[in-house]
Write a protein that binds this ligand. Structure first.
Ligand code: EPU
Length: 429
């Protein structure tokens, strides 16, 4: 298994191009199941999760092609993928495939909406908690799907098609909103989704669905109204920039000091996190196509944060921010309200010398003057990258094992950081 080796202490200077968002690309690819025409997606990141979803879609009979590289494109400029779900031969997603990536459960929505039948394995637990799918099933049931649970599979049927409905989510769920939105586009009549997730990825999906002929209003607010249509058609859409990748590199330069331009991204996608970085002592400014982050000389101030649905501070940046706070001049409290068990990085950060106490949903981080390199590993993507951030300032060498977690969600991580001065390399093994 590959490892990442880092020698800490080098500041970051330069420009990092931000990739297309994994968490937007995945639902967009799934939306191709809603039409027999071709959906062309640009700016798709080269990530293991994208390849896994392509495998799952191929299993249904979806054809795909990946456009060859054009002059001026590097491996870090996103790829263009065309997906055509004309001859869907199977509407079953087996456990072996769904268990590798939870988001693949969302295929249940377009499959039942377009074909009247879907059988999708329950995803099961994952490293960041129990993560149930009850609200996704509730949304489909409201839309008139008959739901049965059989031997670990959710079987959804609607032989006469789905019907518009009022869906009130008791808590904000990104996946639930994606599922309700996709299913409602082909339902007969009007659907109102209340307490909808307002994440930019929901807006990106809605914009693509609108290009495909869907009638959607209110995406980005907590009430989305969908007027069902009888069919959708092909479209071409570019995946939005990855706000979590943006925030991760912003935290990396806040940690090491230096001056980084994050290109091809948008500050308004992560304003809450940028505000917190400002309070911690980084200087954040907007550039023509992105964001510039600097920290020169001054130390890091402790800042308390609570994770929240968008526009709050994202849970997907909580581990990275905790890594940053390990070096602050004082104690910060980091409260995780989205997932109940998303603190696996704490033990590994401790191996590097961090002082962190856990109490219920909160972590209290006492800043220390220095971290020391060590071998570490993590069990999820964001936790792994928090160890990279810590490794960038730790004395000596940090080796991060289980790099496949990073490859699921960070395109060319070590190349992007190395070009900006980090002493980081991948060790094949
Ligand atoms: N929840 C339920 N029942 C449900 C669905 C969700 O109780 O049926 C709960 C979850 O257990 C959690 C909360 O609702 O406590 C929010 O979960 P949500 O459904 O919003 O999460 P998700 O759609 O499964 C997506 C991202 C996650 C990100 C969360 C929160 C993708 C592919 N995944 O997950 O990203 O943390 O939203 O913003 O979009 C990651 O990229 O590392 C990652 C985990």
């Amino acid at each position: 298994m590959d490892r990442i080796r880092i020698r800490g202490g080098a500041p970051l200077h330069g420009l990092i191009p931000i990739s297309g968002a994994k968490n937007a690309a995945l639902p967009l690819m799934i939306a191709s199941l809603l039409t027999e025409d071709t959906l062309e997606l640009g700016n798709v990141p080269r990530l293991a999760d994208i390849s896994s979803l392509l495998r799952i879609m191929s299993n249904f009979g979806v054809d795909h092609s990946i456009a060859g590289r054009r002059p001026g494109q590097s491996t870090e400029t996103g790829q263009t993928i065309r997906l055509t779900a004309r001859n869907v031969i199977d509407t079953t997603a087996p456990y072996e495939l769904v268990s590798t990536m939870r988001a693949s459960f969302w295929v249940i929505a377009p499959l039942v909406a377009r074909f009247g039948h879907a059988k999708v394995s329950m995803p099961g637990g994952c490293a960041i908690g129990t993560r149930p799918v009850d609200l996704l099933i509730m949304a489909l049931a409201k839309l008139g799907a008959a739901i049965e649970i059989e031997a670990g599979y959710v079987v959804a049927t609607a032989p006469k098609g789905l019907r518009g409905a009022e869906i009130d989510f008791p808590k904000v769920t990104v996946g639930g909103t994606h599922v309700a939105l996709m299913a409602a586009t082909l339902a007969q009549g009007t659907t109102v989704i209340r307490n909808a997730a307002r994440e930019p990825e929901v807006v990106d999906l809605a914009e693509c669905l609108i290009k495909m002929g869907a009638k959607i209003q209110g995406a980005g607010s907590s009430e989305i109204v969908v007027e069902g249509v009888t069919s959708l058609h092909g479209a071409s859409h570019d995946v939005m920039p990855d706000r979590i990748e943006t925030g991760t590199y912003a935290m990396a330069v806040a940690m090491t000091g230096g001056d980084l331009v994050l290109d091809n991204t948008r500050a308004d996608y992560l304003q809450a996190a940028l505000d917190v970085l400002g309070q911690a002592g980084a200087e954040v400014t907007s550039t023509h196509g992105g964001i510039r982050i600097r920290r020169n000389g001054n130390g890091l101030m402790p800042v308390d944060v609570t994770t929240d649905p968008f526009p709050g501070f994202p849970t997907d940046l909580q581990a990275q921010f905790m890594a940053l706070m390990t070096r602050a001049n004082g104690t910060s409290r980091i409260r995780e309200t989205i997932f109940e068990n998303r603190f696996m990085h704490v033990q590994e950060l401790a191996r590097l010398g961090a002082q962190i106490r856990l109490d219920g949903d909160s972590a209290y981080v006492d800043g220390v003057p220095g971290l020391k390199g060590a071998p570490v590993m993590a069990t999820d993507l964001r936790a792994s990258v928090s160890l990279v951030i810590a490794g960038l300032v730790a004395d000596g060498e940090t080796t991060i094992n289980r790099v496949y977690h990073l490859d699921r969600g960070f395109e060319a991580l070590e190349a992007k950081l190395a070009r900006c001065g980090a002493l980081i390399e991948r060790v094949r093994g």
